[in-house]
Ligand binder design. Structure first.
Ligand SMILES: Cc1cc2nc3c(=O)[nH]c(=O)nc-3n(C[C@H](O)[C@H](O)[C@H](O)COP(=O)(O)OP(=O)(O)OC[C@H]3O[C@@H](n4cnc5c(N)ncnc54)[C@H](O)[C@@H]3O)c2cc1C
Length: 410
């Protein structure tokens, strides 16, 4: 269930106006014909409630299907095999290990961190890594857990001269009120993720599709809820969409309850660093537009002292944060480092698929939730042998001047 953000706080419209004023176009649907530009964002929210895949797909059928059993608080610990054929899984629940057999297939959907860990624990992965954790190698697949990607973001923060931001929501007693209002009426601030305006832009001429994304937030606050200053503010989250740095998820113990080593290797390449530095400068230009004159107070982050490339990179190093978009650790494709085929089947294994964000060959140029659901829908059709939808040749926007110009007004 997708809803369009209402953008009632005037700061959202101001951000969109500032983007247009800075020479970027307006787009009413970043997921439609035109991604490039400034406009409202969409939320996976229904009637004021975040609409998870469990709510959207499982809840409506969970009581009607006798071929569906949902177990909660279960840790899947490994896949069981007969030869190379998956025949079930081992699970850990309430302090006990037990086994569930399957007639047809095992489908892993533990996400980009846990699916590779489960494959490692099941004997599928780089042979040397499996040897280190004392797991017998069933299939030597060097790509399992490698190729980890994510979107790193920084926030450019300003204080706000008018008392219109969400700053009050950072106070505990207001949070309690917002929670109660949401619980009893499904109305108010609790119904939104407050990323209601955003943008996709190109950081320089010569790039065909947007490589930077913005989420605008009408308060100056970190993800953990802490505010850099007491008072009203706003911020734009900005980050490169197609990073070239690669990290890994490597299982460190045969005990499935031990977390794997996760290393993102953000900003390892010159391209990633350059795009981030360009992005911070372009964001400052957007906040400097007339539309923000009424609201713009001093820049809180990166702050006046961060001007040179090195100073901006220092800010990125100390304040960069994950957008929580890990992908690509069981990448789809052919070749030595691919893990699954175009139908999500693990190379070298039978009756075993992975269907989650880990199979994206590279992270998508946008947010990852909807594309993951889309991949699952497509592969569900394959599993059920349903005729796939006809390929679409819907037109999409490419700025006519992309080779020579960085901005495209509407
Ligand atoms: C805080 C946060 C905010 C986000 N906000 C957005 C957003 O606004 N927009 C957007 O597009 N994307 C957002 N994302 C990203 C989005 O949620 C993910 O891209 C998407 O959920 C990936 O889906 P997945 O199926 O690959 O993995 P997940 O959704 O992580 O699903 C994996 C599931 O497997 C379970 N699991 C894992 N291992 C085991 C095991 N061994 N045994 C049993 N169960 C297991 C996990 O508990 C989890 O329920 C956000 C992510 C986070 C963390």
């Amino acid at each position: 269930m997708v809803t369009t953000a209402p953008c009632e706080n005037p700061l959202f419209q101001t951000f969109i106006e500032a983007g247009v004023e800075a020479g970027y176009g307006y787009t009413e649907d970043q997921n439609g014909y035109r991604q490039e530009g400034f406009g409202p964002m969409f939320m996976t929210v229904k009637d004021g409630v975040r609409w998870s895949t469990a709510k959207a797909y499982l809840d409506p059928i969970s009581s009607q299907r006798n071929n569906l059993k949902i177990s909660r608080n279960v840790l899947v610990t490994r896949v069981l095999f007969s030869g190379n054929r998956a025949i079930g899984i081992e699970i850990f629940k309430k302090g006990r290990f037990s086994i569930i057999h399957c007639d047809r297939e095992v489908i892993l959907c533990g996400g980009s961190i846990n699916s590779p860990q489960l494959l490692h624990l099941s004997g599928i992965g780089p042979a040397d890594l499996l040897k280190k954790i004392d797991v017998r190698c069933l299939i030597d697949l060097p790509g399992v857990g490698e190729n980890l990607q994510d979107h790193l973001e920084v926030y450019v923060q300003h204080s706000c001269k008018e008392e219109i931001s969400l700053y009050p929501a950072l106070k505990f007693h207001v949070q309690a009120r917002v929670l109660l209002q949401w619980m009893f009426t499904k109305k108010g601030w609790g119904t939104s993720n407050h990323f209601e305006a955003g943008a996709f832009i190109r950081s320089r001429a010569g790039i065909r599709h947007p490589n930077l994304q913005y989420h605008f937030f009408p308060v100056a606050a970190n993800y953990d809820g802490r505010a850099p200053v007491k008072g009203h503010g706003f911020q734009a989250h900005m980050g490169p969409m197609r990073p070239t740095s690669r990290g890994f998820v490597r299982t460190t113990s045969k005990d499935p309850r031990k977390p794997p080593a996760i290393q993102f290797n953000y900003m390892q390449t010159e391209q990633d660093r350059q795009e981030m530095i360009e992005g911070v400068r372009l964001t400052r230009e957007i906040f400097a537009q007339k539309a923000f004159d009424r609201y713009r107070g001093p820049e809180l982050a990166p702050g006046a002292s961060a001007q040179s490339d090195d100073e901006i990179m220092e800010f990125v190093r100390s304040r960069g944060e994950s957008a929580y978009h890990p992908t690509s650790t069981c990448k789809m494709g052919r070749g030595e480092t691919a893990v699954v085929d175009p139908e999500g089947r693990v190379h070298g294994a039978e009756n075993l698929r992975v269907i989650d964000a880990s199979i994206m060959p590279s992270v998508v140029s946008g947010n990852t939730n909807a594309p993951t659901i889309m991949m699952a829908e497509k592969l569900a059709d394959k599993i059920r042998q349903v005729e796939p939808l006809a390929p679409s040749d819907a037109p999409h926007f490419v700025a006519g001047s992309w080779e020579t110009e960085q901005r495209t007004p509407s």
